[in-house]
Design a protein around this ligand. Structure first.
Ligand code: ADP
Ligand code: MG
Length: 322
């Protein structure tokens, strides 16, 4: 179950401030896609996100979820239909893990057995053994485990939309990498509409089907796929984001051979040399209608390269560094 989220000319002015925090933002987020809102601290990401579930009311403009104006819904009903995950996790310390996950299903009046089943299912989904963890309290879990419970709790009532505000920001790099992988795996089966806030370009590239690059007051500078943003930044501001990322700089140095190639031939696909950089391969991929390029080493074609393989190489390179 997933729904599109559409913002039309949305503005938020906080009382007593000369500048709007968010000004005239329009975004069309498709059902089932993960969109990363990427921008520096203070540019209005959280404000934009919180207007979707009405934790903040817009000053003007319109927001619809599945075609329904969010302002026409009771805020509590609206919020139960939207999973929300934040950096501070926000688990209730006095409730067990099972009871934390069960909060919304219980509010919705599910039967005890249905709630129990759902809690077990969700714990398994986020890779925590129910027998081991269901009866523990949050303080008895590591930060990364708590964050996974936060994701499970947000998914509890199978909401069509998930809002995630720098959810992995407080975890150490290894845990963060693990949570990011797990999120991608989950999303491959769940296909929720996910709005994911981050200030980390690399995270946006790893997780986003599309990325919105935001400047001050949530001004949309580029809204595109990670591939397009990497290969063709809209302007110097976006290029700055792309170029300042150390991993992506290494993308310019890493050879095509460092990515896993598919054996399947790509008839008619453009070719890159095996000793070309991943950045060059990415540029060739952008121009390739089938999303594949053939990798040539002298007389032989070694295999086929896709964006997923480049993304995987990026991720593993980050991991290898540690
Ligand atoms: P981000 O999430 O991108 O860091 P925020 O949406 O939190 O940005 O903030 C955007 C701007 O709005 C900032 O200038 C911030 O200081 C201001 N702001 C955020 N929340 C409030 C508030 N409750 N009252 C007044 N100003 C706020
Ligand atoms: Mg924020």
């Amino acid at each position: 179950m997933s729904e599109p989220v559409v913002l039309t000319d949305v503005t938020k002015r906080y009382p007593g401030q000369a500048d709007a925090a968010v000004e005239d933002v329009s975004l069309h987020i498709r059902a089932g896609e993960t969109v990363c809102l990427l921008g520096p601290s203070g540019c209005g990401k959280t404000t934009t996100m919180k207007m979707i579930n009405r934790l903040i009311e817009p000053t003007s403009g319109r927001i619809t979820l599945g075609g329904v104006d969010v302002l026409s819904l009771d805020p509590n009903t609206l919020r139960r239909g939207i999973g929300y995950v934040i950096q501070q996790i926000g688990l209730f310390p006095h409730l067990t893990i099972a009871d934390n996950i069960a909060v919304v299903p219980q509010l919705l009046g599910w039967s005890r057995s249905r709630v129990r089943e759902r809690v077990d299912e969700l714990l398994q989904l986020v890779d925590l053994d129910p027998g081991t963890y269901a009866r523990r309290f949050p303080r008895e879990l590591s930060g990364g485990q708590q964050q996974r419970v936060g994701v499970a709790r947000a998914l509890a009532a199978d909401p069509p939309v998930m809002l995630m505000d720098e959810p992995f920001g407080a975890t150490d790099p290894i845990t963060r990498d693990r949570l990011q992988r797990q999120f991608r795996l989950l999303q491959q089966t769940l296909h929720k509409t996910v709005v994911f806030v981050t200030h980390d370009f690399q995270e946006a590239v790893k997780l986003g089907d599309r990325i919105v690059v935001l400047a001050e007051r949530s001004r949309v500078v580029q809204f595109d796929t990670p591939e397009r943003i990497l290969a063709a930044p809209a302007d110097d501001y976006v290029a700055g984001f792309v170029g300042s990322d150390a991993t992506l700089q290494r993308l310019g140095l890493a050879p095509v051979a460092s990515a896993a190639l598919l054996d399947t031939p790509a008839p008619g696909a453009p070719e890159v040399a095996a000793d070309a950089s991943l950045k060059e391969a990415l540029n060739a991929l952008m121009a390739a209608p089938g999303g594949q390029v053939a990798v040539r080493d002298g007389d032989t074609v070694k295999g086929t390269l896709t964006f997923d393989a480049i993304r995987a190489a990026l991720v593993s390179e980050v991991r290898d560094e540690r």
